[in-house]
Design a binder for this molecule. Structure first.
Ligand code: NAD
Length: 309
């Protein structure tokens, strides 16, 4: 139970997975960064005569995420050679390699079924002693792991990093009902001492602590203030730098998080609260649904409430 954490597998190389891998690497932990193997060639790959079986194509998603990392700001937080500690791959070809790691972190799309299916895959290669955690924004840790075995559940918990993972201090730690207390202590100590985080213990309730409050505030702003005719820039001017909170402007935050992810997070609370009045607050506004349908997902697609510069 007390084996040190030297190597991790981060599964999902999107907004959060890539940032978490970079932070771990920068703190001296070697990382496998795994994502799906693409099912379509890009125009560039096709022009080069590559096929879907070519390793450069199969590992493209995770490798592309690593290539973008040095452009993230503030770059000085990274060790010069951090990228060398991250090995990109695709989950189909490299899943068995999680047997080599001390910690597996699930950072894929915020959907219960996808996460349950991934945990089933992970459990097939998992060895006792390896910690498994989820970066879910608010899906129940117990629900996610309910089809896994008892020994696996004893090693499973939520480690909720915030965005951007490399410099947001807060980390929510969410034990499930079956998580071994020794694993919780071990992860608390690792996150505080080695990863430099401020750990807040949270209960396994919908969206835990931070996102239950944060999602509420964002939705009220979206639903009510925009109806009253306030412009995006006006609201951001008040909720951001002018209030001494440079990183928390409402719509810039939504663009940073990813509008698709935010919709999943809001839906998760909606599905789990029974009071109709509270539920109504978590109704996703039509404007947000329409933006997601158009692929305006925020910074990750270059367009959300703002155009990426
Ligand atoms: P994202 O959409 O940017 O990235 C998800 C990645 O997972 C994609 O690259 C996708 O290809 C990959 N993926 C999907 N299914 C997979 C599978 N079966 N195996 C391997 N890879 C798979 O999402 P994100 O914003 O990075 O969010 C990831 C998780 O972190 C979610 O649970 C989200 O709620 C949580 N989270 C997000 C934020 C945020 O600000 N975006 C903050 C905290 C927590």
């Amino acid at each position: 139970m007390n084996r040190p954490i030297r190597k991790a597998a981060v599964i999902g190389s999107g907004v959060m997975g890539s940032g978490i891998a970079a932070h771990l690497a920068n703190c001296g932990i070697d990382c496998l960064l795994l994502d799906l193997a693409p099912t379509q060639l890009t125009a560039d790959e096709a022009a080069k005569g590559l096929t879907l079986e070519h390793p450069a194509v199969r590992n493209r998603l995770a490798a592309g995420a690593i290539a973008r990392l040095p452009k993230l700001k503030p770059a000085p937080l990274y060790d010069d050679d951090f990228a060398a500690r991250i090995t990109p791959g695709n989950i189909e070809d490299h899943l068995a390699r999680i047997a080599e790691v001390d910690w597996v972190i699930e950072v894929i799309v915020e959907q219960l079924q996808a996460k349950q299916e991934l945990l089933a895959q992970v459990e097939r290669c998992w060895k006792p002693g390896t910690v498994v955690s989820t970066n879910t924004s608010g899906i129940s840790v117990n629900e996610m792991s309910r089809h896994t075995g008892e020994a696996f559940r004893a090693h499973f918990l939520g480690t909720h990093f915030f965005n951007p993972a490399r410099y947001m201090k807060l980390l929510e730690l969410i034990p499930g009902s079956d998580t071994d207390p020794a694993i919780v202590e071990r992860m608390k100590s690792l996150c505080e001492k080695q990863l430099g985080k401020t750990v807040v213990m949270a209960k396994d309730t919908p969206n835990f602590v931070a996102n239950r409050i944060g999602t509420y505030g964002l939705l009220v702003t979206l639903q009510e203030m925009t109806d009253e005719g306030f412009a995006v820039e006006e609201i951001d001017a008040v909720t951001g730098p002018a209030m001494g909170r440079p990183k928390s402007a409402t719509f810039r935050t939504l663009d940073l998080v990813g509008l698709d992810t935010f919709v999943h997070v809001a839906n998760n609370v909606h599905a789990h609260v029974s009071d109709p009045e509270e539920q109504a607050v978590f109704d996703v506004p039509e404007v947000l649904k329409a933006m997601v349908e158009r692929g305006w997902l925020g910074e990750k697609t270059g367009r959300g409430f703002y155009l990426k510069q």
